[in-house]
Write a protein that binds this ligand. Structure first.
Ligand SMILES: C[S@@+](CC[C@H](N)C(=O)[O-])C[C@H]1O[C@@H](n2cnc3c(N)ncnc32)[C@H](O)[C@@H]1O
Length: 288
């Protein structure tokens, strides 16, 4: 997918994410931040800045200082534009990696649709270096291994193979030679956080249930559905277990269903809050 199309996809996904976000977990996250004056928040893998804007807006009365970082310059340019359009002057964006840690320490880190792409231990180690003592990490909309479409596919068996291969493709990815959290990213990240001594504060489900309402999709839903159909079909075309003709037939039928506003999609995600402890900091500062 081109950068422009990926940025469009991220902007469209914002609405699906907001509908799915676990409001209990988000409320607890905001409640913790409201106990601080001028809480500092780092939004990692900010993309076009949707999560950073959401938190900024929700904490407008607390003078929160939010910094969004991403390695893609084009996304950062869009994020800056959207922040300026909204008059969010204390919202900053920087083009850099989560693994570039400077001297600033944050009360909270937010990571929306992000942690599944990295090995949990490496990411937790970087997070620990960004966090102030007692700081929290709010991970949201993290994929947790289940994607389903309705209506039932005409070629159901092939769709099942494609969905299995789609998840497998995430599980085969590595970062600096280490397997990433992958298709069960939310659960694996939480398990590793617990193993490293973080306190688990809260978690909740944030499944995308994307469907038409009175025959019409909500804003952005058709773009998200087209994106998901393409991610899955494009991955299938790279995999020997998926017959290319059957894949293209599947893509074509699913696209027509999106045009007719009849396709429904479930994607299982989790939201969670974990808090760093002195024990976690000590463990993660050890080499290895
Ligand atoms: C799935 S997107 C999510 C974007 C955004 N959080 C959202 O939900 O719309 C993941 C983002 O992580 C960014 N990214 C990848 N590697 C990164 C790194 N090492 N440090 C910071 N951002 C990174 C990508 O450029 C991409 O924008």
């Amino acid at each position: 997918m081109s950068i422009d199309r990926f940025a469009d996809y991220l902007e469209a996904k914002r609405n699906a994410d907001e509908r799915a976000r676990d409001t209990t977990t988000f409320g607890i996250f905001l409640g913790i931040l409201r106990t601080f004056s001028r809480p500092s928040v780092l939004d990692v893998g900010t993309g076009t800045g949707a999560m950073a804007r959401r938190v900024y807006d929700s904490l407008a009365d607390n003078d929160a200082e939010i910094t969004g970082i991403d390695t893609t310059g084009e996304s950062i340019a869009i994020a800056r534009l959207r922040a300026a359009e909204n008059g969010f002057e204390r919202l900053r964006f920087e083009c850099r990696s989560v693994f570039d840690v400077d001297e600033r320490r944050y009360i909270a880190i937010t990571a929306n649709s992000f942690v599944d792409e990295f090995p949990p231990r490496q990411l937790l180690r970087a997070f620990a270096r960004h966090l102030a003592p007692g700081g929290i990490i709010y991970t949201s909309l993290t994929y947790n291994g289940r994607t389903e479409f309705w209506p039932r596919a005409a070629d159901y068996d092939h769709e099942q193979i494609m969905l299995t291969e789609y998840d497998r493709s995430m599980d085969e990815r590595t970062f600096e030679g280490v397997p990433v959290a992958g298709s069960r990213g939310a659960g694996r990240f939480l398990a590793e956080a617990e193993r490293c001594g973080f306190e688990i504060v809260q978690f909740g489900g944030s499944d995308w249930c994307i469907q038409p309402e009175n025959g019409v999709y909500p804003e952005g839903a058709a773009t998200v559905l087209n994106g998901m159909v393409d991610f899955i079909a494009n991955e299938a075309t790279r995999r020997s277990k998926c017959d290319p003709k059957r894949t293209e037939a599947w893509r074509s039928i699913r696209r027509k269903q999106i045009q007719a506003a009849t396709l429904r999609l479930l994607v299982h995600h989790l939201d969670a809050i974990v808090r760093i402890t002195p024990e976690a900091r000590r463990l993660l500062s050890e080499p290895g």
